[in-house]
Design a protein around this ligand. Structure first.
Ligand code: PEP
Length: 236
């Protein structure tokens, strides 16, 4: 079973999000894929009440909790509304809102305490990739986000090179494979009930077959291509 996460970011309005959710809801059920819709947080509940069988992910939460926190999306909002997954540490949240690995660590713990599965994003900027320091960079991110003393329930980890997100550029398959092997190895130093490693960054209809053919890959996180109905219909 491979995770396919549709990150609709803030690309779509409510009608377009409904339309894609409807398409997801009509796909025949299959053991090959676990499809997860991640609409703009504002639409999650409307979509869930209209198409309750789809699986939804929030695009972020924050750490302030209930109370005097204008603009906050609290973990309780996910729990009470049965939103089972949450994307954390996405590069756009890191760059737009200053999210750090330490914040991602706290949010990951908060999600797991509340039985929400975190989809934790990591990935190197272009400069690091070009200087061949990707592994060093990713190891540091993992060390900051996960604690060796914790026993983690299921976690989804998305490897998303920042230079690949929204650019049409992807690493070579052999490079993704090499990173997958590297991540699996360093994650052995931590205790996870289950860890799923995904790739994200300019996945589309032309490259998805090759990317999903990687044996050690547990799925993909897809941004702009996932806003097209033709892409979603691929997963029947
Ligand atoms: C993303 O935002 O997580 C992503 C992978 O975007 P895109 O597929 O558009 O590169």
């Amino acid at each position: 079973m491979k995770y396919i996460i549709f990150n609709w970011k803030s690309y779509l309005n409510i009608a377009e999000s409904m339309n894609l959710s409807k398409i997801v809801s009509k796909l025949p059920s299959t053991k090959k894929y676990k499809l997860i819709c991640s609409p703009n947080n504002f639409y999650n509940l409307s979509l869930k009440s209209r198409y309750p069988k789809n699986i939804y992910a929030a695009q972020n939460i924050d750490l302030h909790g209930k109370g005097a926190s204008t603009g906050s999306i609290d973990i309780e909002d996910l729990v009470n509304n049965k939103i089972k997954y949450c994307i954390l540490g996405h590069s756009e949240v890191r760059s737009n809102f200053g999210e750090t690995d330490l914040t991602v660590q706290k949010k990951t713990d908060l999600c797991l305490i509340n039985k929400i599965k975190p989809i934790v994003c990591i990935g190197e900027p272009l400069k690091i990739y070009k200087s061949k320091k990707t592994k060093f960079f990713l190891k540091k991110q993992i060390n900051k986000i996960f604690k060796k003393s914790n026993n983690y329930e299921e976690v989804v980890l998305a490897y998303e090179p920042l230079w690949s997100i929204g650019t049409g550029l992807t690493p070579k398959l052999s490079e993704i494979d090499d990173i997958l092997g590297f991540l699996s190895k360093i994650l052995e130093n931590y205790s996870f009930k289950k860890i799923n490693i995904l790739y994200g960054g300019s996945v589309n209809l032309s490259n998805i077959k090759d990317i999903l053919s990687l044996q050690n890959l547990n799925g993909v996180l897809v941004g702009s291509a996932s806003t097209k109905s033709s892409f979603i219909k691929h997963f029947k």
